[in-house]
Design a protein around this ligand. Sequence first.
Ligand code: ASP
Length: 624
Amino acid sequence: MLDFLGDLRRTHMCGALRASEAGKKAVLMGWVNRRRDHGNLLFVDLRDRSGVTQVVINAERNAVIHEKAEALRNEYVIAVTGTVKLRDANTVNPNMPTGEVELVAEELRILNESKLPPFLPSDTALTNEETRLKYRYIDLRRDVMQFNIELRHKVAKAIRDYLSAQGFFEIETPFMTRSTPEGARDYLVPSRVQPGTFYALPQSPQLFKQILMISGFDKYFQIVRCFRDEDLRADRQPEFTQIDLEMSYPQPERVWEVVEGFLTAAFRAAGSEIKTPFPRMDYDEAIRLYGIDKPDLRLPAFTDVRECFAPENLQQLAVNTNLPVVAIRIPKLGELSRAERDSIKPLFVSKGGAKVFEDFKRIEKNFPEAAAKIVAKSGVEAGDLIVIVAGSAQTVSAQTEAQTAVPVPPHRKVTPQELAIYASAGLLRLALAQKYAERHGIFKKTGDPEKDFRFLWVTNFPMFEWDEGEKQWNAAHHPFTSPHEEDMPKLETGVESLNDPQSALSSVRALAYDVVLNGTELGSGSIRIHRQDVQRRIFRALGMTEEEARARFGFFLEALEYGTPPHGGIALGLDRIVMILAGAESLREVIPFPKTARAVDLMVDAPTPVGEKQLRELGIVVKK
Ligand code: ASP
């Protein structure tokens, strides 16, 4: 019963038929999206990736086809030859691009049948995600997924075209390599030829792209898969795609200019004109104003309202007068009920003794003067929510002691104690904004790209990050990031500094930068170290001995000795960019074959155990 395609050639895409084609012949091929049986008249909505066209099969005109069409079911694959006809005025469907026409069938071939799928691409209600992922090929037929995957293609192509036009070469780097420096867990691949040894899948092409600069390719890019064995969240995947680039001799501003250029091209491909250059903000300023290193500029910054209170007010409130007192403002919430005000406190996560005053009404009642000043200073308007975060007085003595003992390191404007207050306030600010998103409507798209897409460069990150668990310094970005020239001498402080969270290492700034969009980090990069002696000093500061550094990155340290040009670059997450452009909730909506939160591919059922023979060849014994 199934017909061979034979001499038939598809002449049109299903979504492309228009009134101008009326009277012409067309051959359409696609899936039966829906079938409506009106006795002598049978309507088939025929679907391919471009859209849907209505096919009419009329028993009076063509009894043979009509009989054949009776057998059609959802998701059968068919070919229809016919004549394009204008629909009667009363049956025109203005909601369909092809709504003015229909194809009157003259020949019908059933190319393949389909079992009844567990859900239909045309279903309006979404089935559960596990079923969608198991039957991904059905799920991908849905128009939203077709749109997202096409968008991904367009965005990637715009980026490729832009970078190629700027003189960048797309150069591939290996997937089977050794551990790279991003610091997540590696995915390992056992070697059969050398049992007991392993390749690591790259967490990024970091060292290869730097070596490409040493190799003389002074502008490199790659849209490349990276692999990190991390605990997964909604916006993480074990394998994800980076837009990775590196160039020789750039100032940071040159890298930013290139990124702004390809993002403009990418957003244009998705229909949005964005404005460049993006604003820039120092890391310290981001912390002071937003309590986070990836500020969402759609929401107002904090106001420091310490000065609004008289000293005795602060004493009465048991607030540490040496630490910032921060007002968080969430606009346009309207009056909150008692219960709503009570639900603010549980959202607060206190770091380093930070405390919250969630009931501004009470502050207004008890400290009317201070409240009036706060309202004026933070620009509060009717209906705005104001919440105050401050340091608790209980920590006063310990902290003043610590503060007098350790002066604020030069170049670092935010002390660790202040950071705790800002960070607590930053988290609460986001939690409140998310909780009341419906009410303030700030996250809703307006159609104006300048309002909808708030980009930002965050610059001058700290070079090192204190790991409280391991009691050691880690590279905040990665160990190949260049410190600020002026901060280099701080790397020379003695071995004690390696075990001291307050040491001069805390104030070393890196030539590192992040590009942020609406509070999401899109990418990170840096100017790199190009001198072997500096690289050695960084490894030392990270507590790595010469031997350890050689064992991990020896090949790279050697390469650095052969005339390395100054260089720098960045990598941005393609999946995230497409997710934002698609307005999707999860990365899985823009990755054709994603993994679940448990790192499982439900369609192919991976990972799986492998046979004894394969394990034996690899010299692997699996512990039961
Ligand atoms: N390799 C870095 C990362 O994946 C990005 C960069 O420094 O270019 O985070």
